[in-house]
Design a protein around this ligand. Structure first.
Ligand code: SP5
Ligand code: ZN
Length: 350
C-alpha cells in the first residue's frame, strides 16, 4: 500500500500538555513517527514515501473548505503574536477564553488563543504550524492517489487532526487531516464521488471531524470511542448527536465502555460498517487511531494485538477506495505493530 509521511513533523515537539491543572510530559511525541515507520517496514508494507510540497494555493483552497479564514490566518502567526505580546516563549497556551455571551474579538496575541483553543493539550511552538501543514499535505497526497485510482493509501500524519474543527484546535490537533482527505477526494476534477464516509476508530471521539461535516448529508461521519460522559473530549461524542439540518442522521456516534475487549469492539465496528454500507459511499476515509490498545497510556479500551488485523479485514469488506489517516496511538513499543496490523489485515482481504 502506498504510505506517505512528512519528515517536517519533527519540527513540532510540544513537550508538555496541561491536564488536571498540571503541566505533564505529553505522549504526543516525534518518536511516534519513527515507531510507526519501523512497524510498516517490519511488516513488509511498501516503503513509506516522504511527501513533497505542492502549490500552497492548491491545498490552501481545500483547507478553506474545512476551516474558517480567521482560524487559518491565526495558526501560522499565533506564536509570533503571542511572544510579541509578552507570552511565554515555550509556547502558546490559552489562559483566558470567552464566556458564552462574550462576543468581542481581541487583537492581543495573548488573548487570541482563547478564540480558537478548546483545551490546553495543544501547545503552539515555532515549528507547529509548519508541521501541521505538512501533516495536512500528507493526507492530501494520500487522498489524491486514491482519487487517481489507487485502491488504498496510508497517510502517517503527525500532528494528528480529528479534534480540530472548523474554527477550533485542541487534543494535539491543529488541522483536520481526515477532513482534508475528504475534501481532496470531493474536489478532484472529474472525480464524481459525491457521497463519502469517515470512519473514526481513534479511542477519542472525533469531535473536530463531526463539527466540520455536521450539517452535511454528503459526508457520513461515524466515530467509535470512549464514553465522553467520563472521558476526553467530554463535551461531544454522545449518541444523541446525529447531525443538523440537512445533515440530520448523517453523524453516528458509538460511545463504548471502558475496558471493552476485542469481541464487543468488533461487534460495534460491524454495526458501524453496516451503517456505512447502507449509506453507500463512493470512498472511505479512516481516521486511524490505535490508542484503543490495552496498554495505551491514555486510552481506556483493552484491545489485544490480534484485534488490529481483524479491524483491517472488516474495513476491507466494505470494498471502497480507502484513505487511512493516522490519528492517535501512544504506546511506542507497539505502535508500529498496531498500525501495520490494520493495514496488512486490510490488504490481505481485498
Ligand atoms: C489525537 C488524540 O488521540 N488526542 C487525544 C487527546 C487527549 N488529551 C487528553 C489526554 C490526557 C493525558 N493525560 C496524561 C498525560 C501523560 N502524562
Ligand atoms: Zn485519541
Amino acid at each position: 500500500m502506498l504510505s506517505l509521511y512528512a519528515a517536517e513533523h519533527s519540527q513540532h515537539a510540544p513537550g508538555i500538555e496541561f491536564w488536571n491543572g498540571r503541566a505533564e510530559p505529553t505522549v504526543e511525541v516525534p518518536a511516534r513517527v519513527e515507531a510507526i515507520l519501523k512497524g510498516l517496514k517490519n511488516a513488509g508494507l511498501a516503503d513509506p514515501q516522504p511527501v513533497t510540497s505542492v502549490d500552497p494555493a492548491e491545498i490552501g483552497t481545500l483547507l478553506a473548505h474545512i476551516h474558517t479564514r480567521a482560524y487559518l490566518d491565526y495558526l501560522p502567526e499565533a506564536y509570533e503574536r503571542w511572544v510579541e505580546s509578552g507570552g511565554d516563549v515555550n509556547g502558546v497556551m490559552p489562559f483566558i477564553s470567552p464566556g458564552k455571551s462574550m462576543q468581542g474579538i481581541p487583537q492581543s496575541g495573548l488573548a487570541r488563543p482563547g478564540l480558537f483553543a478548546f483545551d490546553m493539550g495543544a501547545l503552539i511552538k515555532p515549528g507547529t504550524a509548519h508541521a501541521a501543514y505538512n501533516a495536512a499535505l500528507t493526507a492530501f497526497h494520500a487522498a489524491q492517489a486514491v482519487a487517481q485510482g489507487q485502491r488504498a493509501a496510508y497517510a502517517l500524519c503527525r500532528p494528528p487532526g480529528h479534534h480540530a474543527g472548523a474554527n477550533f484546535y485542541g487534543g494535539y490537533c491543529y488541522l483536520n487531516n481526515a477532513a482534508l482527505a475528504v475534501e481532496t477526494l470531493r474536489s478532484t476534477p472529474g472525480y464524481h464521488f459525491e457521497r463519502l464516509a469517515v470512519l473514526d476508530i481513534d479511542v477519542h471521539h472525533g469531535n473536530g471531524t463531526q463539527d466540520i461535516f455536521y450539517g452535511s448529508r454528503e459526508v457520513l461521519t461515524v466515530s467509535l470511542h470512549m464514553d465522553p460522559a467520563h472521558e476526553y473530549p467530554f463535551f461531544a461524542g454522545y449518541r444523541e448527536e446525529r447531525g443538523l439540518g440537512a445533515g440530520e442522521g448523517y453523524n453516528i456516534n458509538y460511545p463504548l465502555p471502558f475496558g471493552i475487549q476485542d469481541a464487543n469492539y468488533l461487534a460495534a465496528l460491524k454495526d458501524a460498517l453496516d451503517e456505512i454500507a447502507n449509506f453507500n459511499p463512493a470512498a472511505l476515509v479512516v481516521a486511524l487511531g490505535v490508542d484503543t490498545y490495552r496498554s495505551d497510556p491514555i486510552g481506556k479500551f483493552a484491545l489485544s494485538l490480534a484485534a488490529y488485523p481483524k479491524i483491517g479485514k472488516e474495513i476491507a469488506r466494505l470494498s471502497r477506495p480507502t484513505v487511512f489517516v493516522q490519528e492517535g496511538g501512544y504506546d511506542l513499543n507497539c505502535l508500529g505493530d498496531l498500525v501495520s496490523g490494520v493495514l496488512v489485515g486490510f490488504e490481505n482481504n481485498l
